[in-house]
Design a protein around this ligand. Sequence first.
Ligand SMILES: [Zn+2]
Ligand SMILES: [Zn+2]
Length: 77
Amino acid sequence: MHTCRDCNQSFQTELALELHRDTCEKGQLFCQVCGERFREGDATQDGWHYDCPNEACDGTGLQEDLFQIDDLRTATH
Ligand SMILES: [Zn+2]
Ligand SMILES: [Zn+2]
């Protein structure tokens, strides 16, 4: 069983999980520094200052190191 750690939905296969991760609304932020994906709420306390929730990473700032998945998609097209 593969479980999305953002929304706790479970999937039979790793592929199904991978596909879900692309559309998961609970994991829409991406850190360019460490490559982690996480919820917006995990990266900010006040909706203003954004920091990568990964302890070992010093990625910071929305549109600097942290990007919305949707913005990344449109940027690469
Ligand atoms: Zn999910
Ligand atoms: Zn990071």
